[in-house]
Design a protein around this ligand. Structure first.
Ligand SMILES: Nc1ncnc2c1ncn2[C@@H]1O[C@H](COP(=O)(O)OP(=O)(O)OP(=O)(O)O)[C@@H](O)[C@H]1O
Length: 317
């Protein structure tokens, strides 16, 4: 693996907030580190970036352990959630600043910064100040400032969380394009499962300072390692079965003419692009989505079947 984290540990008092964590990211891919608030995502990123010393473990980039190196000597650059742009510097100066720290002369670093700004479509705003920019524009400057350093690994800590939904999706596409253009290896922290699946070549599900599962979006969504991963990646229906509950994703439960489960339609909610029903099966509330505009009648009986059963260790199969 191009980025290989092994046994990484950070303790505060008696609590290991990152607990002997292992994670690998292949060269030229995006790994989304996904987990609930407080599970240790930022702490992990800060240790990889060099802003926090681990108590144990190794972080290798391209075969070299970087744990002992200060941030500026690591082949790694971080884009923070807050963008952390210098308010008194222009966009161009912000992007050129890191190159100054690497000893590049003024003309060369301004030329590099201009070319990087052009590649994130910010060339025309090179002389603006951060306060004059929208959130999305500031985000692009923050990306340019990291990319100009040509890091081997780019770390992003919830970089889209300050943006509204439309802009977030546009920026996600842009990050994907930049990642491909620069053949970057990225570790992208998020607590948003849709974002993780949309962006990640792999998704690493984290809880309690550990990685519970790492796989492609399809693997973690359709074949979760445990119940926590199953529920964190998306809603789960729990149907009664002869040997214990049968689990399925909402979109994998459908109304059929004849099927193994029978229930009563309890409610119907109009969501615009689809209808959401709650069907009670032996007292279990089951959620079903349908794009058919013809409403099922509340109170009527329906049969249900599932297209794919979610299983993990310990579930009935
Ligand atoms: N300096 C510190 N001293 C003590 N505890 C800390 C310190 N920094 C972080 N923690 C604790 O470590 C745990 C992990 O924090 P971290 O910021 O890594 O979580 P996170 O997964 O990034 O959460 P979020 O999504 O909310 O940003 C939290 O319980 C936090 O309170």
């Amino acid at each position: 693996m191009f980025l290989q984290i092994e046994g990484l540990t950070k303790r505060y008092g008696d609590t290991a907030v990152v607990d002997a964590m292992d994670l690998g990211v292949e060269r030229g891919t995006i790994c989304c580190l996904l987990g609930p608030s407080g599970c240790g995502k930022t702490t992990t990123l800060r240790m990889v970036g060099g802003y926090l010393a681990p108590d144990a473990g190794t972080v290798e980039v391209d075969g070299t352990d970087i744990v002992g190196l200060p941030p500026e000597e690591r082949p790694v650059s971080t884009v923070f959630q807050s963008y952390a742009l210098f308010p008194h510097m222009t966009v161009l100066e912000n992007v050129a600043y890191g190159l100054k720290c690497h000893g590049m002369d003024r003309t060369a670093r301004r030329a590099e910064a201009r070319s990087m700004l052009a590649s994130v479509a910010m060339g025309e705003l090179a002389d603006a100040y951060p306060a004059q920019l929208s959130g999305g524009q500031q985000q692009r400057v923050a990306l340019a400032r990291s990319l100009v350093l040509k890091p081997k690994v780019l770390l992003l800590d919830e970089p889209l969380s300050n943006l509204d939904t439309g802009l977030r999706e546009a920026m996600r596409r842009e990050i994907r394009t930049i990642q491909r253009d620069f053949d970057l290896t990225m570790l992208f922290v998020t607590h948003d499962q849709r974002e993780a699946m949309a962006l990640g070549d792999t998704v690493a599900v984290m809880d309690g300072g550990r990685i519970l599962q790492q796989g492609t979006p399809e693997e973690v969504y359709l074949h979760p390692a445990d119940e926590f991963c199953a529920r964190f990646l998306g809603p789960v229906n729990e149907l009664p079965g002869p040997d214990g509950p049968v689990f399925a994703r909402i979109e994998d439960v459908a109304v059929v003419d004849r099927g193994p489960w029978e229930g009563t339609v309890e409610s119907c909610t109009f969501l615009g692009d689809e209808l959401s029903y709650t069907v009670s099966v032996s007292g279990h509330p089951i959620t079903i989505r349908s794009q058919n505009r013809e409403h099922l009648t509340v109170g009527s009986s329906v049969f249900l079947d599932i297209a794919h059963r979610l299983t993990w260790k310990g579930t009935a199969s």
